[in-house]
Design a protein around this ligand. Structure first.
Ligand SMILES: [Zn+2]
Length: 366
């Protein structure tokens, strides 16, 4: 009898003890994606073979001066000084095939909605097979966190692409998502600042070069407002220009978009480290929804038929993640990001999504 009772007690205790994530120092998490930004440039910097007029480059000499250097280490640091000077030094970067550390999306479709769904829901769902604005049947880690104690209305997404409300099914769950060409709004009883009014006015007057995707600079401005106004504990920033200029075969603007994203990250991180809510208590995770082709012909493209476009990258930094730098001999998948976002702040996504892939191995000492 007593043995039975012990077994019963164990059954009660064990699931909770194994499922719960240990507490973390980080209380906030910033998630940023650069749509369709290739691992090739992340790890190798600008590719000289692509720096010519056939790849849309308007000022070859100027572009080479900005980003071309003798070694891959110098090139990637010139292109992404914050990622390589701060994130990689204090955190971890997954996805370099040369280090036997490929990061792979597993949905097989290699385009945006399936990629973002895999990233945020932790599973590759074959029902998601287009970029149509249809509500995701799966809960995202943002929806999960928004329902957790201490996080209600402290989770939000600011996105250049207007499909994100469907990816996060925000009409159903009330998650705060600002997407596409949607102006900054003040809260109830609040007024827009001069800076916000100027940004909204610019959005109204700028050419809408992509009807479904706003310029990253407008998103940068909206993120500043979100941080100042609401101080979210979980903030997701979706940048889109790397993908758009890639499709447009503008290698110069593709590189510039990545460089500006890096600058935005540096500025946002510096702002956070000067704020008591965020300082020393914030984790950062950077990644992408898909890769692109690897040749001069197909680097502009991605999708089911594009070889290698399944390869992505993920960078993580925070107070609980040892500074292991560029990870070696570890293969990871896109579906591991969702549980990682939760685990970085001591939360467990699998209580909502039992089939979600486990977190990336970012907490272990080498
Ligand atoms: Zn694309």
């Amino acid at each position: 009898m007593s043995r039975l009772l012990t077994l019963f007690a164990l059954l009660l205790v064990l699931p909770a003890a194994t499922a719960a994530e240990p507490p973390r120092t980080a209380e906030n998490v910033l998630v940023v994606t650069l749509d369709g930004f290739r691992w090739q440039e992340l790890f190798g910097g600008a590719d000289e073979a692509f720096m010519d007029s056939k790849q849309g480059v308007k000022d070859e000499a100027g572009l080479k001066k900005k980003y071309l250097r003798a070694t891959a280490a110098e090139r990637r640091e010139a292109l992404l000084p914050f990622v390589w000077g701060t994130v990689a030094k204090n955190g971890q970067v997954f996805g370099n095939p040369a280090k036997q550390a490929a990061a792979e999306s597993t949905n097989g479709l290699k385009f945006s909605y399936p990629g973002y769904s895999e990233l945020f829901c932790g599973v590759a769902d074959p029902r998601i097979d287009s970029n149509a604005k249809k509500d995701n049947p799966n809960p995202s880690v943002l929806e999960h966190l928004n329902g957790r104690p201490g996080f209600k209305d402290r989770v939000e997404a600011i996105c250049t692409w207007d499909v994100f409300p469907s990816i996060f099914r925000s009409a159903k769950n009330g998650l705060r998502v600002q997407a596409g060409w949607e102006p900054i709004k003040a809260g109830k009883g609040e007024k827009l600042t001069d800076r916000e009014r100027t940004l909204n006015d610019a959005m109204d007057r700028l050419p809408r070069y992509w009807p479904d995707n706003a310029y990253d600079v407008l998103t940068f401005g909206a993120v500043k407002s979100a941080l100042e106004r609401r101080k979210p504990r979980v903030l997701y920033v979706a940048l889109g220009e790397t993908d758009e200029w890639g499709h447009g075969r503008r290698y110069d603007l593709y590189l510039d978009a990545a460089h500006q994203a890096d600058r935005f990250l540096a500025e946002t991180w510096a702002w956070m480290q000067a704020d008591p809510q965020y300082k020393g208590k914030t984790a950062l995770i950077l990644t992408t929804d898909h890769g692109r082709g690897g040749t001069r012909l197909d680097w502009t493209d991605h999708g089911k038929k594009v070889d290698g476009a399944e390869f992505i990258w993920v960078a993580v930094m925070g107070p609980d993640t040892p500074a292991l730098g560029e990870r070696e001999k570890v293969r990871v998948t896109q579906s591991q990001v969702a549980a990682t976002v939760a685990a970085l702040i001591g939360e467990d996504f699998t209580t909502t999504a039992p089939k979600a892939a486990p977190p990336l191995p970012v907490f272990e000492k080498k």
